[in-house]
Design a binder for this molecule. Structure first.
Ligand SMILES: Nc1ncnc2c1ncn2[C@@H]1O[C@H](COP(=O)(O)OP(=O)(O)O)[C@@H](O)[C@H]1O
Ligand SMILES: [Mg+2]
Length: 595
C-alpha cells in the first residue's frame, strides 16, 4: 500500500516516454469525427508545399530561357505565373491555418469535456489520494499540449514530408550531381537533429514536471491562504515557491539554449550545403556544364529543403510531449470509479426513508477499520442522533449511507433494499446533507439554493428562505436572491452560509435529512435561528443529526453513541442518562462546561 501510494505521487515524474503507437492510435481516435476536415487540411497543405516548390523550379526557366535570350514577353508570363502561385498559396495558407486551428480546438473541446465529466463521476476515494492541482493540470495544460498535435502538428508534418519529397524530386530532375552534393551534408544534419531531439525532450519533460509541481503548490496554498496568513507563513511559502519557480526558470533557460544552438547549427549546415553547391556548381557554370538558372534554383531549393527538416524535428518533440500528456490523460480516463451503478437497479420512486446498517465494517485504507460491526435501524420518519468523540466515525456513517464509499463488510439498506442495488442518483436525490463546512459556488444565492435545478422554482426558494429564517437578510440584499456570492461564499458570514445550506436542503425536500455538525461553527444567535430551522427541517422526514452540543439532540427519538468505530449505547436521552454510561459522561462534561 505504502509502495503504491509512493508510486502515485511520483507518477508526475515518469520520464523517457517514447512515441507509443498504441497510445498514438488512441489519441488519433479523437480525431475521427473530423476526418473529412483533416483530409481537406492535408490536401491543402500538400497543395501549399507543391505551390511553394514550383517557384524555384521556375527560376532556371526565367533566367536561362527568358532573361538570357532577351524574351521579355516570355519573362512577363513567368512573372505572372509566379505572382499567381504566390497569391493562391497565400489564400490557401490563410484558409488552412484557420481550418487546422479549428480542428484542433474541436478535438480539444471534446476531449476536455469527456475528461471533466469523467472526473466529476469519480468516487471520493480518488480525490482523497490525488492533489487537486494535478487534476487541474490534466484538464488544462495536458490537453493544451494535445492541441498542438491536432492543430498544426499532424497535418503540417505530412505537408513537411511531402515538401521534402517534392523538393528532392525537383532537385534530382534538374541535376543529379548537384542534388547529391546538396545531400552530402545530410548525415551531419541527422546527427545534429538527433542530439537536439534528445536534449530538448528531456528538458521539456523536466519543465512539465515543474509546471505540475507549481500548479499543485499554488492551488494548495491559495486554498489554505487563511492558514498561511494566520500563521504568518507567507515568507516561508514564498521561499518554497521561489525554489520551484527558480528551478522552472533554470530548466527553461536550458531548454532555450538547446534551441538557440540547434537553429544556428541547422543554418550553418544549410549554408555549408549552399557553399558546396556554389563551389561545385560555380565551376560547372564556368565550364558551361550547367546554366546559371539551375544554380540559383538549387540555392533556393536548399533553403526550402532545410526548413521542413527543422520543423519535423520540432514536431517530433511536440509529439513526444503529447505522448507524455496523453498517457496521463488516458490514465485518468481509465481510472474507474469503484462505486458503480448496478446493471439492473431496483427502481422505485417514492421512498419511505427506513435505514438499516447490518454489521457494517469499513476502512478508508485497507486494514485500518474506522467502523467495526456497526448495526442499527432507523425507522421512516424517525429522528436519530449520533454522538461520540471526534474521529469516532460519525461522518463515516454518513459517507457510507450516501455511498461515497462502499462498505467492506455488512450491508446498508434503504427501505429494505441494499443501497448497492440502487442507482446512485436515486439514492442521493432522496438524501440531503448539511455539513459543518458549507460549500457555496460562485453564482447567486438562488443558484446556491437550487443548484441549477429548475424544478425548484423561485417560490419554493423563497419559502425555504423564510423557513430557515433568512428572509430578513435576503430582503436586505440589493439583488435579493439574485445577489452574487463570491467564490466559496467568502463575503457571507458562517451563520449566513449555514442557513443558506439549510435552505438548500429544505428546497430539495428530501426524504432523509442529515445534519453533520451543522450548528458547530455558528454563534448563539444564529444557533437559535438554526434550531428553529431544524425543527421545520426534520418534520415528516427521517433525520440524522450529528451534534457536538447535546442540547440540540435531546428531542431525538433515539441517540446512538459511537466510540472508536463501535456502537456503545442506543436509547433516548432519558434512558441513556439513567444508564449512566458514556452518554451520561459526555453530558456531564458539557453540562459542567456550560455552567
Ligand atoms: N477520507 C478519509 N480517508 C482516510 N481516513 C479518513 C477519511 N475520513 C476520515 N478518516 C478517518 O476515519 C476516522 C473517523 O472519521 P470521521 O467519521 O470523520 O469521525 P467523526 O465524524 O466522528 O469525527 C478518523 O480516524 C479519521 O481520521
Ligand atoms: Mg465528522
Amino acid at each position: 500500500m505504502v509502495k503504491r501510494k509512493y508510486k502515485k505521487f511520483q507518477e508526475e515524474e515518469v520520464l523517457g516516454k517514447q512515441v507509443d503507437y498504441i497510445l498514438l492510435r488512441r489519441l488519433l481516435s479523437f480525431a475521427k469525427p473530423y476526418i473529412f476536415f483533416i483530409i481537406l487540411a492535408t490536401v491543402l497543405t500538400i497543395l501549399i508545399s507543391a505551390l511553394s516548390a514550383i517557384r524555384p523550379r521556375l527560376t532556371p526557366i526565367a533566367i536561362d530561357d527568358k532573361v538570357a535570350k532577351g524574351d521579355i514577353p516570355g519573362l512577363n508570363i513567368i512573372i505572372v505565373i509566379l505572382l499567381g502561385t504566390l497569391i493562391i498559396q497565400a489564400l490557401i495558407q490563410y484558409f488552412n491555418a484557420y481550418l487546422t486551428s479549428w480542428i484542433g480546438q474541436k478535438i480539444v473541446y471534446d476531449l476536455r469535456k469527456k475528461l471533466y465529466s469523467h472526473i466529476i463521476h469519480l468516487n471520493l476515494k480518488y480525490f482523497d489520494n490525488t492533489p487537486i492541482g494535478r487534476i487541474v493540470t490534466r484538464v488544462t495544460n495536458d490537453i493544451d499540449v494535445l492541441y498542438e498535435v491536432f492543430s498544426s502538428g499532424l497535418v503540417t508534418a505530412l505537408g513537411d514530408i511531402f515538401t521534402i519529397v517534392w523538393i528532392l524530386y525537383f532537385m534530382f530532375s534538374l541535376d543529379t550531381t548537384l542534388a547529391l552534393i546538396t545531400m552530402s551534408v545530410l548525415p551531419l544534419l541527422v546527427y545534429a537533429t538527433a542530439v537536439f531531439r534528445k536534449k530538448a525532450r528531456d528538458s521539456y519533460r523536466k519543465i512539465r514536471i515543474l509546471v505540475a509541481k507549481m500548479n499543485a503548490y499554488i492551488q494548495e496554498h491559495i486554498t489554505g491562504i487563511s492558514v498561511v496568513q494566520l500563521f504568518v507563513k507567507e515568507k516561508d511559502t514564498i521561499e518554497e515557491f521561489s525554489k520551484i519557480n527558480r528551478a522552472h526558470t533554470e530548466q527553461n533557460k536550458r531548454g532555450i539554449r538547446y534551441y538557440a544552438v540547434f537553429f544556428p547549427v541547422v543554418e550553418f549546415i544549410g549554408a555549408m550545403s549552399v557553399a558546396l553547391v556554389i563551389w561545385y556548381g560555380g565551376g560547372q557554370v564556368v565550364q558551361n556544364n550547367i546554366s546559371v538558372g539551375v544554380l540559383i534554383s538549387f540555392i533556393q531549393f536548399i533553403e526550402m529543403f532545410f526548413r521542413p527538416i527543422r520543423d519535423l524535428a520540432e514536431k517530433y518533440n511536440i509529439l513526444q510531449t503529447a505522448m507524455a500528456s496523453s498517457e496521463r490523460i488516458f490514465e485518468l480516463l481509465d481510472t474507474k470509479s469503484d462505486i458503480i451503478d448496478p446493471k439492473h437497479p431496483v427502481k422505485y420512486e417514492s421512498i419511505k426513508g427506513e435505514i438499516e446498517f447490518k454489521n457494517v465494517s469499513f476502512a478508508y485504507n485497507e486494514e485500518e477499520y474506522v467502523l467495526k460491526n456497526v448495526s442499527f435501524k432507523i425507522n421512516a420518519g424517525e429522528r436519530v442522533a449520533f454522538v461520540g468523540a471526534t474521529g469516532a466515525g460519525k461522518s463515516t456513517i454518513i459517507n457510507l449511507l450516501c455511498r461515497f464509499y462502499d462498505v467492506n463488510q455488512g450491508e446498508i439498506t434503504l427501505d429494505g433494499i441494499n443501497i448497492k442495488n440502487l442507482k446512485q442518483e436515486d439514492l442521493r436525490k432522496n438524501i440531503a446533507v448539511v455539513l459543518q463546512d458549507v460549500f457555496l459556488f460562485s453564482g447567486d444565492i438562488r443558484y446556491n439554493i437550487n443548484l441549477g435545478n429548475d424544478k425548484i422554482t423561485n417560490e419554493k426558494i423563497h419559502e425555504a428562505i423564510s423557513n430557515v429564517g433568512l428572509k430578513k437578510f435576503i430582503n436586505s440584499l440589493p439583488d435579493n436572491i439574485y445577489h452574487r456570492v463570491s467564490e466559496r461564499g467568502a463575503t457571507l458570514s458562517t451563520g449566513q452560509k449555514q442557513l443558506i445550506s439549510f435552505a438548500r436542503a429544505l428546497a430539495y425536500s428530501p426524504k432523509i435529512l442529515i445534519l453533520d455538525e451543522a450548528t458547530s461553527s455558528v454563534d448563539t444567535e444564529t444557533e437559535l435561528l438554526i434550531q428553529e430551522a431544524i425543527k421545520k427541517l426534520i418534520e415528516d422526514r427521517t433525520s440524522i443529526i450529528i451534534a457536538h452540543r447535546l442540547s440540540t439532540i435531546q428531542c431525538c427519538d433515539k441517540i446512538i453513541v459511537l466510540h472508536k468505530g463501535q456502537i456503545r449505547e442506543i436509547g433516548t436521552h432519558q434512558e441513556l442518562l439513567e444508564k449512566g454510561g458514556l452518554y451520561y459522561k459526555l453530558y456531564q462534561l458539557q453540562y459542567k462546561n456550560q455552567i
